[in-house]
Design a protein around this ligand. Structure first.
Ligand code: AMP
Ligand code: ZN
Length: 112
């Protein structure tokens, strides 16, 4: 499949890895929007948040466990944000489920 994040998960395209296990990969965003900005993706191809089903949803809790672990390891105790854009109008540019994790600066709410 011609999917950028499947290729990154398979190691066919290089990334700056933060964490990896059998199920997920975390890597730094190529265009960081905060001092700390990494993405967490399932290695399995899931097109987006609208493709979560009872069959594949366990990956989401695993991803949040990984995010919590990384928040402790990367000293993000002042606060962080987890964002998943879904669909064109929300700004999803890569059709493979991913969780942005942003930290290291104040983050406005609501988002623009
Ligand atoms: P989204 O726009 O929410 O779909 O997020 C996709 C993110 O992937 C953007 O923040 C991009 O900067 C990031 N991105 C695109 N290509 C790469 C890459 N090769 N390595 C790391 N991050 C990337
Ligand atoms: Zn994919």
């Amino acid at each position: 499949m011609d999917c950028l994040f499947c290729k990154i998960a398979a190691g066919e395209i290089p990334s700056k890895k933060v964490y990896e296990d059998d199920l997920v990969l975390a890597f730094y965003d190529i265009e960081p929007q905060a001092p700390i900005h990494f993405l967490v993706i399932p290695k399995e191809h899931i097109s987006g948040a609208d493709a979560i089903t009872p069959e594949n949803s366990r990956i989401v809790s695993h991803i949040y466990e990984v995010i919590a672990k990384l928040s402790r390891e990367l000293d993000m105790k002042d606060g962080f944000r987890v964002v998943t854009n879904c669909g064109e109008k929300a700004g999803q540019s890569v059709p493979h489920l991913h969780f942005h994790v942003l930290a290291g600066r104040s983050l406005a709410w609501p988002p623009g």
